[in-house]
Ligand binder design. Structure first.
Ligand SMILES: [Zn+2]
Length: 262
């Protein structure tokens, strides 16, 4: 796939401008790049989306200087197990793409998780199930990034039945599963190759359920744009083929359907 659908710029915690990220994407031979800066909820519950209008204006001028397809998206945090995110329908309409996943701020999972791992896992099924029903999310970012929170779950802790339940919910809600190139970072006690083997078993359940996948580097600087090597190794391990992945055009069509309420 000649795209990278998850990167960050100066508009949130990235180190380079949209223009520099686009140049790096051209150098990496990509056809499509999505800039997906963070949108969280501030302490009053308002989305931290003050950057969106400026990013859209900047993208407008960058687009006139490149043949690459540039998308301005956002990476929203999952706020709680109810599946709430800071992305309103209006914000969803403004953006080209919305990713959403567990973050440090997710209540009940990252913050104040239950001590019991079985309970935590049930909560995870509820959270992802509700996220799958949230219409204002296109892609679930780095699913199961559980290894660095205060009650860390390792991938081998996950019961196959729980994984299958979440996979069925993703399929039902039309959510795309992101193969995130730095997913391994979330598991500091395991080598990237060990994480790959454990994660492959999880990813396989989603493939079997008919869930589609996307690829993202999660690059926070121009140096990482288009680096999808680990994610591709994972895809190969699972045996994913090209038809298991979404295309930017497919995502655009899906979004139009969502916005028309179909
Ligand atoms: Zn990110």
């Amino acid at each position: 796939m000649r795209y990278d659908l998850h990167t960050h710029s100066l508009f949130s915690d990235g180190s380079h401008s949209i223009w520099e990220m686009v140049r790096a994407a051209e150098a990496a031979g990509l056809e499509t790049l999505a800039i997906t800066d963070h949108i969280e909820a501030d302490r009053w519950g308002k989305p931290t989306d003050g950057w969106v209008d400026a990013a859209l204006r900047e993208a407008e001028s960058v687009r006139s200087q490149t043949r690459l397809r540039l998308l301005i998206g956002g990476e929203g945090s999952l706020l709680d197990a109810k599946g709430r995110t800071p992305i309103s329908p209006e914000l969803y309409r403004k953006l080209d793409l919305v990713l959403c996943g567990l973050e440090w701020s997710t209540h009940g999972i990252a913050i104040n998780p239950p001590e019991d791992k079985v309970k935590l896992q049930r909560l995870l099924v509820t959270a992802y199930g509700n996220l799958a029903l949230n219409p204002w999310v296109d892609i679930c970012a780095h699913p199961f990034n559980l290894g660095r929170f205060s009650n860390p779950l390792s991938l081998s802790d996950l019961a196959p039945s729980a994984v299958r339940e979440i996979a069925a919910a993703f399929r039902e809600g039309g959510k795309v599963f992101e193969l995130n190139n730095t997913f391994w970072w979330w598991f500091p006690n395991h080598s990237p190759m060990q994480v790959l083997r454990d994660y492959a078993r999880v990813v396989e359940e989603f493939a079997v359920a008919g869930v589609l996948f996307s690829l993202g580097s999660d690059a926070h600087s121009l140096h990482g744009v288009g680096n999808l090597k680990w994610a591709m190794m994972l895809a190969n391990q699972v045996g994913l083929t090209e038809r298991c992945f979404v295309t930017p055009e497919f995502l655009r069509q899906k979004r139009l359907q969502r916005m028309l309420g179909r």
